[in-house]
Design a protein. Structure first.
Lengths: 283, 951
């Protein structure tokens, strides 16, 4: 029952499932799981299960930033994830989630958007990031952000070059070698750490139960250098300035620590190349 | 095991798309060899003793050709000597991609049992599938796949206990590939090397295609042609509009002239004129080329000179002279045509060409020129050691390439068809030249025929209207065995008439999508030659089960009208039915019954009713502006044993011809309305566009020369003015005008209603039209039957029927086949005319001038429906003074006589066999007499011969 766990949390830095306040649940990451995307990753965090697929398409740059490409987000809250999403139940949440993701990721500090430019003012790459919630067991944002970072790492955009004829008519030409592609620099892509305020303490990676006990939570996106790029408060309750400060500090610490092992893992996976045994969805 | 294949491609909208295909690998693909005990192949294709006489490979061996060998040396591979060949799937896919005709040929070869060709699906074999590696081009990957498969075969066969000396030999002309193969321990040879080693069959060497390696030998000589631009520059040029893309059409009459037909978006299309060898720049008839337009000052008019490239060798001085002949000051700027030059070839459309060899004067020479039967194709240089046996034979030659330093393209010998002038050979030639599919039907096609004995079942009776009691009869030309249509007419109780048109229900027997259907769709039409018929569907259907013969029960698709006595349709009904025709009549028999007042049986009454209605219908149609045109048609009387023509007769039309025709037209129009109403997007219809007014120029000029006016503002005006254009003292004049008018017309074409907006049929003056009444001999009618059957819920539909794009491409094929069938038919008539005149010696006949050209007049002999040219120029002697006026048009010879269109002349007709390939009817002028030009009347000796023949 909650009172017991709350007190133990309070006293012993011990949570219902035996984790400490800054511990994540068991996490599994696999990239290149959907072959008809340009980049994909599947992340499971506890029972939360998230699939991200990225499709690169040629589009027109935004007029304000003619030399940059951009990202588009769509979060699909499938009814598989939780019965609440049935019908149009997940729509609102989906829009909210994708707006947040847009804020966190679509800026030149997290991704070099200029590398997505093909021809200033005319053509750029648009990365359509589709997030599919397969199973909801709390802490969607953190899992999503990790999956997106992994999928961006995995993304291979076909190399194109612009040819120009005598009249100056430009044409996009595609390399016929499928290995000839561009990779994205994901070094600065942030991860999201959501901290839930429960009683006087705050925890990372809250389960659904813990979330039910929390008054409010704070979403912090942190780069590998520990820089905070976005902070949002979620939930109905209020947070006093002290705890916001405290929580931000925790978030920075936890977030910074998250990047290195993640990158290491992704690189290790890639080095396996074709020999890697794919797990996919049947594991 | 599942693999996926990934590739990216550009979409039409300019985007980039990633495509992923699943690819399954299996381990139950057999090697197909008799020696192998490991594979569980029930009927192995490759023989154990695969031995051919070769001093390179003395051991038994299997051949594995690479893609380029299959593409270029298909003629060799088709030779019966070449057996035990493994065709890899990699090769097959590449060939399919690069040349569909070669693909079809290699597929046919693999189906032939005696060839022992085995298709090995290496791309799906677990041990031979390879993935493309980083930095590897697709060609390199395919070459590697071929080597991996060859290596696998070598190792796999070595495991067999009874392998003996059996080896696998890779044939490739690519040096890098060969080197790599040898490093892998494979046996690899160049194709030429291997073929030359076949000591038992030296003649095969002739059929080797010359590859670029061999052509390099002669680069010392002068470059004759400008270089072709690379494809990338052509594409950029087309995009920017500096070049135009179009189909190259060589002129039949003048080898230095051609046009390029440029199709632009919408209906806007133009023709670009090309003159001179340099500007033609090695393009061959039907190639898709890129042309560059000259500035307007350099535009020229099409020349009206007839020029044939028949000089013995390439003397350039003559060439220049000939080119000069083209240049003539043109006074009338409206005759100038957009002119340009070929800058590059987008797609070659070379096919094997029929023709004959011109033996080189030098006795031991191995290089000879080959003259194709089609005048639009340039002569081809081939290498052969058997020239002396090939002279006088019709042979097939394929073009391999046309280097810049060669006046003629290079090619190789493919096949000998037989002696020139021989009837079977010539028929084969004209079928091949007109791309008429005429092979016997394959087993796969025949397997879809109904099992005999066939009869009407209970099931049929349940779903069809039983019209067996009606007095139905058919009226056709004599000797017709594929009876498509039958008719009936009877009086109803309410005093109205019931008229039925019953069409053979071919779509009942030919089900959509099966091999029989595909073959019929590809053939498109039955081709009627003199004394020979090339069926669209197997004979069992065409002459038996579908043919509406008398006194047998047959399935039909009926169109039944209720009409009043004014031939107004009160209602129309379509139904699948069962009929039992009471009589199969000829036109003459039917006419006799109608005319014979003593006959009053049901059939005759029915015929009279039909005849009366037909006359009213025809009257109505003509009132609406339908055209009655004329073309001289001839019938041959054939000797029943030799099948040689013994007499010629122009076709005669009887009332009953037009009676049947009227009801067929009516049925076609009714069906067209119905299917268009039901399927506005995918109805297969037939239209006949109104010709552009400029087409009529020659007709108007011709009429004007006799002070008559032809109005062309509408079909009705044209029909009326043609009716009025009668000269009292010149009864044949009207027919001549109508013949000329026919030549002004456009081709009627099939189209899909969803792809076009103009449906009008100009010649029949009908707003909508289709073909419904001859499904035995036209595939279009089968589709129309299917559409109509769906419309009346008599049959189920299928996806392709409702797909307007698929239907549109089907229409293109049908239009092409119909055109070719027509040409083949004409060529057959021409050949038989020649045979006829060969037996007649020299004849003296009266004729009329049909066209006046710059150096010739074209004459029509009404008696034989024969057209011929009288040339006023000869290569060997100086020609007479000629004065051509394009306004008339008139031609004045030696300032003595001026020829006008339609002038009556007398000519001698004889067969000119001096050029055995193009035997032609030679006409020489007898009257009017022009000294030095006309010839004297021949001796009356031929008459005696004629009597003998007529016995």
């Amino acid at each position: 029952p909650p009172p017991v766990s709350l007190s133990s949390l309070h006293v012993d830095d011990l949570r219902v499932d035996g984790r400490g306040c800054e511990d994540y649940r068991h996490m599994e990451i696999e990239t290149d799981v959907v072959s008809n995307t340009d980049g994909s990753a599947k992340v499971s965090l506890g029972h939360t299960d998230i699939l991200v697929g990225i499709k690169a398409e040629i589009g027109k740059p935004r007029p304000m930033v003619p030399d940059e490409g951009y990202l588009e987000f769509f979060v699909d809250c499938s009814a598989n994830a939780t019965p609440e999403f049935e019908g149009r139940g997940g729509e609102e949440l989906g829009v909210e989630l994708s707006n947040t993701l847009y804020k966190v990721f679509n800026n030149r500090h997290s991704l070099d958007l200029r590398s997505l430019c093909i021809c200033p003012g005319e053509h750029c790459w648009v990365l359509y990031v589709d997030v599919l919630l397969l199973q909801c067991d709390g802490n969607l944002f953190d899992a999503m952000s990790i999956a997106i970072k992994a999928a961006l790492f995995n993304t291979r955009i076909p190399k194109v070059h612009i040819s120009e004829d005598e009249e100056g008519v430009k044409e996009i030409e595609l390399s016929d070698d499928p290995y000839d592609c561009m990779r994205l620099n994901v070094e600065n892509v942030p991860c999201i750490v959501t901290l839930c305020k429960i009683a006087h303490r705050h925890v990372v990676d809250a389960t659904l139960q813990e979330k039910a006990c929390s008054v409010a939570s704070l979403l912090i996106s942190v780069t590998h250098k520990g820089m905070v790029t976005c902070v949002r408060k979620l939930g109905r309750g209020s947070l006093d300035p002290d705890s916001i400060f405290e929580m931000t500090e925790t978030g920075k610490r936890v977030g910074k620590a998250l990047h290195a092992p993640l990158m290491e893992l992704l690189q290790k996976e890639e080095s396996l190349g074709k020999k890697r045994q794919k797990v996919g969805f049947l594991a | 095991m599942l693999k996926s294949k990934t590739f990216v491609k550009k979409t039409r909208a300019g985007g980039v798309m990633k495509v992923v295909r699943e690819h399954y690998l299996r381990d139950d693909i057999w090697c197909g060899s008799e020696v192998c005990t490991e594979c569980k192949d029930g009927a192995p294709v490759l023989q154990q003793d695969a031995r051919v006489e070769s001093d390179l490979c003395a051991y038994p061996h299997y051949l594995i050709p690479d893609t380029n060998v299959v593409l270029h040396q298909i003629d060799i591979l088709e030779d019966p000597l070449i057996r035990n060949v493994i065709i890899l799937q990699t090769v097959l896919q590449e060939v399919r991609h690069r040349s569909p005709p070669v693909y079809k040929r290699i597929k046919d070869a693999t189906h032939e049992k005696e060839k022992h060709f085995y298709t090995f699906t290496n791309e799906h074999h677990r041990q031979t599938f390879i993935e493309r590696e980083q930095g590897e081009s697709i060609n390199d990957r395919n070459d590697r796949a071929i080597r991996v498969a060859a290596k696998w075969y070598t190792e796999h066969l070595n495991k067999a206990p009874s392998v003996g000396e059996l080896k696998v030999v890779l044939l490739t002309n690519d040096r890098a590939n060969r080197d790599k193969a040898e490093q892998n321990g494979l046996l690899a040879y160049r194709c030429e090397e291997y073929i030359k080693s076949l000591t038992g069959n030296p003649e095969l060497v002739d059929r080797l295609a010359l590859t670029s390696d061999d052509q390099n030998e002669i680069t010392g000589s002068k470059l004759l042609f400008p270089e072709h631009l690379p494809l990338s520059r052509i594409q950029a040029g087309i995009k920017s509009g500096t070049f135009l893309q179009g189909t190259f059409r060589a002129s039949r009459d003048n080898y230095l002239e051609a046009t390029v037909f440029v199709q632009r978006e919408g209906d806007d299309s133009t023709e670009v004129l090309l003159q001179g060898l340099q500007n033609l720049n090695r393009a061959v008839h039907q190639d898709v080329v890129a042309v560059e337009l000259f500035p307007k000052e350099q535009w020229v008019a099409p020349s009206s000179v007839v020029l044939q490239d028949d000089r013995p060798s390439d003397k350039e001085t003559e060439e220049e002279e000939a080119e000069k002949k083209l240049e003539s000051p043109v006074l009338d700027p409206s005759r100038l045509k957009p002119t340009g030059r070929v800058v590059g070839i987008i797609k070659r459309n070379w096919r094997p060409f029929c023709g004959m060899l011109n033996q080189s004067q030098i006795k031991e020479a191995t290089r000879h020129l080959f003259t194709p039967a089609d005048r639009r194709i340039p002569r081809i240089r081939i290498e052969t050691r058997q020239a002396s046996t090939l002279v006088g034979q019709r042979i097939i030659v394929a073009i391999d390439g046309w280097p810049r330093n060669s006046r003629y393209p290079n090619g190789h010998f493919v096949r000998n068809l037989g002696g020139a002038g021989d009837k079977d050979t010539e028929t084969e030639v004209l079928l091949l030249e007109h791309d008429v599919p005429h092979q016997p039907f394959s087993q796969a096609v025949l397997s879809f025929l109904p099992k005999m004995p066939w009869g009407i079942t209970e099931e049929d009776l349940k779903v069809r209207a039983d019209l067996r009691h009606l007095c139905v009869c058919s009226v056709d030309p004599p000797g017709c065995t594929d009876i498509d249509d039958a008719l009936h007419c009877r009086e109803l109780e309410n005093g109205n008439l019931e008229v039925g048109v019953h069409i053979a229900d071919v779509s009942h027997f030919i089900r959509p999508g099966n091999a029989l259907d595909q073959e019929a769709a590809s053939r498109g039409t039955t081709v009627y030659l003199c004394g020979k018929r090339i069926d669209m569907v197997p004979e069992l259907l065409s002459s038996n089960l579908c043919s509406l013969r008398s006194n047998v029960e047959r399935l039909a698709f009926s169109c039944i009208w209720e009409m009043n006595h004014k031939a107004e349709i009160l209602n129309t009904r379509f139904t699948k039915s069962i009929i039992n025709s009471k009589a199969s009549l000829t036109y003459a028999e039917a006419q006799m019954r109608i005319d014979d007042a003593s006959m009053n049986d049901d059939i005759t009454k029915s015929l009279r009713g039909l005849n009366t209605l037909a006359k009213i219908l025809k009257g109505q149609r003509i009132a609406k502006g339908a055209l009655t045109l004329s073309s001289p048609e001839v019938r041959f009387h054939m000797d029943s044993e030799t099948h040689d023509p013994i007499d010629l007769q122009t076709k005669e039309l009887k009332d009953t011809n037009s009676m049947v025709e009227e009801f067929m037209l009516l049925a076609n129009i009714s069906v067209a309305q119905k299917i268009y109403e039901e399927f506005s997007e995918c109805a297969l219809l037939r239209k006949h566009p109104a010709p552009p007014p400029s087409n009529y120029d020659i007709l108007i000029k011709a009429a004007k020369s006799r002070e008559l006016e032809i109005r062309i503002d509408s079909a009705k005006a044209l029909a009326d003015s043609l009716n009025e254009a009668v000269l009292e003292d010149f009864p044949y004049f009207n027919t001549l005008l109508r013949i000329l008018a026919t030549r002004c017309m456009m081709q009627a074409v099939y189209f899909c209603s969803g792809m076009d907006s103009d449906f009008h049929h100009y010649g029949l003056a009908s707003p909508i039209y289709t073909h419904f009444t001859s499904p035995i001999r036209r595939y279009s009618d089968i589709i129309v039957h299917r559409l109509l059957a769906v419309a009346i819920n008599a049959d189920s539909t299928y996806p392709d029927l409702m797909d307007k794009h698929k239907q549109s491409s089907l229409c293109n094929n049908l239009n092409y086949r119909h055109k070719m069938a027509q040409y083949a038919q004409r060529a057959s008539v021409a050949f038989h005319t020649q045979l006829f005149f060969k037996n007649k010696g020299i004849l003296n006949e009266e004729g009329f001038i049909l066209f006046v050209r710059k150096n010739a007049i074209i004459i029509l002999i009404p008696k034989f429906g024969l057209e011929g040219t009288v040339f006023f120029e000869n290569n060997d002697k100086p020609g007479p003074r000629l004065n051509f006026d394009s306004e008339g048009p008139t031609l004045t010879v030696e300032d003595q006589h001026t020829f006008h269109i339609f002038d009556r002349v007398k000519v001698t007709i004889s067969l000119d066999a001096s050029n055995i390939q193009h035997q032609k009817i030679r006409m020489a002028l007898v009257e009017p007499v022009i000294p030095g030009v006309s010839v004297a009347l021949p001796e009356p000796e031929p008459e005696a011969k004629k009597l003998k023949l007529d016995r």
